[in-house]
Design a protein around this ligand. Structure first.
Ligand SMILES: [Ca+2]
Length: 315
């Protein structure tokens, strides 16, 4: 019997939204048991968005430009919260954080440290078809924006940021417990502020100018890894959805942590990813839910509403 088992799957009844004669039940969230400590994941649909900052934004830096269209062709799950100190401790057996608090985000973890965490997590929950990873930079911004096109997922004005983020204006100059501020439209907490979040990509100032449209993986090489979202010590404008930063992969800091993504790693040529393929942390937890999405669904006529995210309904 596994020490780590999927605790529960919350189903969302998708009745009355289109093609299906019978209501379908689709997992909206996943919860994994890290030995008495929950790891909650939120479903992120496939879709497309405009990544980066517009030239018209006076707060934007050159490395956030140009704005460009990006398609996230596969759905995935994203950590509802930043990885907490109790989660880290359950998996790694230690707590390196500068600001102690079991519900606070783990920090003072390098990108390399995060890989060790992920190896251990995948040792428990990896299935060969899906695994935990750091989100790519594009996945991170897509998930943070949750359909928004503004500086922050709630709008353009820094006034009001305190309702959504821990930053230098309200943090007391330390991390704060996760999940206490308002989430974005997809149910993610603390993407703006609290701690910066490592992404999988190498960092390149100019990457936005030449990155591929579909699932940009980041540069093939570099010296720094991307971090996103701003932290407790940062100015409001550094917590914007498009703001980018980078650190060497062995860098550790008290304002730098991460959240995990659970993604399909199966070769999917010619077929869609089903919910089972990314949601099956344990066997038999999910019934058949049918096709979720194909990479090209958003450009196909006759697409069905279950297989296409809301953001693509009116391309
Ligand atoms: Ca954050």
């Amino acid at each position: 019997m596994r020490n780590f088992a999927v605790w529960s799957v919350v189903f969302l009844t998708m009745a009355g939204i289109g093609f299906s004669k019978e209501p379908k039940q689709l997992p909206k969230e996943l919860t994994f048991d890290l030995g008495g400590v929950k790891l909650e994941m939120v479903f992120i649909p496939a879709g497309e968005f405009i990544m980066g900052s517009p030239d018209s934004d006076s707060a934007a830096f050159p490395w956030e430009k140009p704005q460009h269209r990006v398609r996230i062709t596969k759905p995935f799950f994203m950590g509802k919260y930043l990885v907490t100190q109790e989660q880290w401790k359950s998996v790694m057996g230690n707590n390196p954080s500068q600001f102690k608090g079991l519900k606070n985000p783990v920090e003072t973890v390098s990108w390399d440290d995060c890989q060790e965490f992920l190896v251990k997590l995948n040792g428990k929950f990896g299935t060969g078809r899906e695994e935990f990873q750091l989100p790519t930079e594009a996945q991170w911004e897509y998930a943070c924006r949750a359909g928004s096109t503004t500086r922050y997922y709630f709008g353009n004005e820094t006034l009001g940021l305190s309702e959504y983020a821990w930053y230098r204006g309200n943090s007391g100059w330390k991390t704060q417990p996760v999940g206490e501020n308002k989430p974005n439209a997809w149910g993610l907490y603390d993407t703006h502020g609290n701690v910066w979040e490592w992404c999988s990509d190498w960092y390149d100032d100019r990457y936005n100018a030449g990155s591929p449209t579909d699932d940009p993986p980041g540069p093939s090489r570099g010296s720094d890894r991307v971090s996103r979202g701003g932290g407790w010590s940062d100015a409001a404008l550094d917590c914007r959805s498009a703001f980018r930063y980078g650190h060497q992969p062995d860098h550790r800091g008290g304002n730098l942590g991460f959240r995990v993504a659970r993604v399909s790693v199966e070769q999917t040529s010619g077929r869609g990813n089903t919910h089972e393929e990314i949601a099956s942390g344990d066997s038999g937890m999910l019934g058949r839910s049918g096709c979720w999405t194909l990479p090209s669904h958003c450009s196909q006529s006759g697409r069905d509403s279950l297989c296409c995210p809301q953001s693509c309904d009116n391309p």
